[in-house]
Design a protein around this ligand. Structure first.
Ligand code: ADP
Length: 190
């Protein structure tokens, strides 16, 4: 199985690149952001609980997200591999993911980190907010809060996966297709 983590700050282009990777490598996409927004749109208790965190730019509690990913993975027993987008975001989530993949007799193949500086990210997110209607893309203070969460809780994962020799950083500024090519090069060299 090919199991990829697409890693990077909010607005780095994980969703865009995921779509291209899914079709090229026939992977099953898990975006915890998309799953949480779907729960909210369906008005489930989980969605309503999560929305309180999302709208403030804070991370949703680990147990909520981990349970959701577990349910999703067991519903895809025939997957040829997974692409994790926006998950894991904390060390506890990464440890839980290792256990879940172990239950599938598999493991993470590579962690691809999209590297983009913060000012460029803020610009992208504010622009996206004009059309996406996402509650967390509307004002700069919520966006800055998401970066703070990223710095404090998510960035340490780069070190976590570096220790396992799985982390590869890729320049996330430039043409979408050129970035995609760099990601594919890393995957094809596995
Ligand atoms: P972005 O990468 O642009 O921040 P996402 O769609 O991945 O967008 O996430 C949106 C929000 O959903 C996050 O700011 C957070 O509140 C919540 N969220 C998504 N994935 C997770 C996760 N793995 N753990 C905790 N919260 C999450």
């Amino acid at each position: 199985m090919l199991n990829l983590i697409l890693f990077g700050p909010p607005g780095a282009g994980k969703g865009t690149q995921s779509e291209k990777l899914i079709s090229k490598y026939q992977l099953c996409h898990i975006s915890t952001g998309d799953l949480l927004r779907a729960e909210r749109a369906a008005g489930t208790p989980l969605g309503n609980q999560a929305n309180e965190f999302i709208s403030k730019g804070e991370l949703v509690p680990d147990e909520v997200v981990i349970g959701m990913v577990k349910n999703f993975m067991v519903s895809k027993p025939d997957a040829a591999g997974f692409i994790f987008d926006g998950f894991p975001r904390t060390i506890a989530q990464a440890e839980a993911l290792d256990v879940m993949l172990g239950d599938f007799n598999t493991s993470i193949s590579i962690v691809l980190g999209l590297e983009v500086e913060e000012d460029e990210l803020v610009k992208r997110l504010l622009l996206r907010g004009q059309s996406s209607g996402r509650v967390d893309d509307q004002d700069e203070s919520t966006i800055r809060n998401r970066f703070k969460e990223y710095q404090n809780k998510t960035l340490p994962l780069a070190g976590f996966y570096n220790q396992q020799s799985k982390y590869v950083g890729v320049q996330g500024i430039g043409e979408i297709d050129a970035i995609f090519e760099s990601l594919c090069e890393q995957i094809d060299s596995l």
